[in-house]
Ligand binder design. Structure first.
Ligand code: NAP
Length: 286
């Protein structure tokens, strides 16, 4: 069996095209208004700066705009909260992205939870997470939501499948588990304290690797025919799954060009939805 490539780059490009059309329509119906994503970058981490730049560029490709707020490494939790509150109150801002991680002296959770639900387009608030888990309308955490969009686009079957998720972070592993549970998967989450992780991985019909360690999943740990989703990205274009394992799968996300583009595309899509709701094109509860 030749594995199917779950091409996130291609799907993200197609999605951008339709988002551009929706953005143009929104602007036409609301002269002088433009969908705006506010991005907040705290400190000097080069990877974070690159991610924020990529998100701003994606906004402009679609015809939206971004308001980039760059803050000093020494910014306090209270200063960051005050800035987020100002953005919540700003009618011209439709989505807010606080780039993760912030410097360790900042209470990231408190700052995330200051973001208003209707502007939480990156899906990082506890309220959004709780609503999503309960199948109530909310913006999903961008990376797992992008993974679901990609798997669904390729008609991957969820019902009754055993999904193993490697990683339990608030932005990836935990929301991924809730989303797959809502899709009728049987879900196991593994983390750094999991014993005999290889035995768990060998049971996966769908494997989501989000551990942040290059080639963590070895080829002989993978069940033949499994669907492999690799959220990791490391130097040299290596993910969290050994690339030789992809040949054993029924479908896999390439690294790069799988999960990464879907994260940005999901953020754009959710920002546009927030702008449409704010401008009453598509009113809803959030
Ligand atoms: P994170 O916050 O560092 O979480 C890593 C998770 O992996 C934790 O739950 C940790 O367990 C677990 N882990 C670490 N070492 C392990 C081990 N030896 N065995 C089993 N589990 C282990 O990372 P994250 O933000 O979720 O990101 C995970 C990966 O996805 C990273 O490679 C990141 O770069 C990538 N990512 C990609 C995108 C994208 O758009 N492509 C977006 C976000 C993240 P504990 O909880 O026990 O510590």
């Amino acid at each position: 069996m030749i594995p199917q490539i779950l091409d996130g780059k291609l799907l993200a490009k197609q999605t951008e095209h339709s988002l551009s059309q929706r953005t143009a329509q929104l602007i036409m119906q609301n002269p002088g208004r433009i969908p705006i994503l506010a991005t907040i970058l705290v400190g000097n981490d080069p990877s974070s700066a690159t991610y924020v730049k990529m998100k701003g560029n994606a906004c402009r490709r679609i015809g939206m705009d971004s308001l980039c707020i760059e803050l000093d490494e020494n910014t306090t939790t209270q200063q960051l909260i005050d800035i987020i509150k100002d953005l919540n109150a700003n009618r011209n801002v439709h989505g807010i992205l606080l780039q993760h991680p912030v410097p360790s002296h900042i209470d990231e959770r408190q700052c995330f939870d200051t973001i208003a639900l209707e502007k939480d387009v990156d899906g990082v608030t506890c309220l959004g997470y709780g609503r999503m888990s309960m199948n109530i309308e909310a913006y999903g955490s961008a990376t797992p939501q992008g993974i679901i969009t990609l798997l669904s686009h390729y008609d991957i079957q969820y019902k009754g499948k055993h999904a193993i998720i490697l990683g339990r972070s608030p932005i990836l592993g935990k929301p991924m588990a809730a989303m797959l549970l809502n899709k009728d998967c049987t879900v196991t989450i593994c983390h750094s304290r999991t014993q005999n992780i290889q035995a768990h991985i060998q049971q996966a019909d769908i494997l989501i690797a989000a551990v942040g360690k290059p080639c963590f999943v070895q080829t002989d740990w993978v069940k033949p025919g499994a669907v492999l989703v690799d959220a990791g990205y490391h130097a040299g274009g290596i993910g969290d799954i050994h690339p030789d394992a992809f040949a054993l799968s029924s479908a896999y996300t390439p690294v790069p060009g799988g999960v990464g583009p879907m994260t940005i595309s999901t953020l754009m899509s959710q920002t546009l939805s927030a702008a449409e709701k704010a401008l009453s094109i598509n009113p809803s509860s959030i």
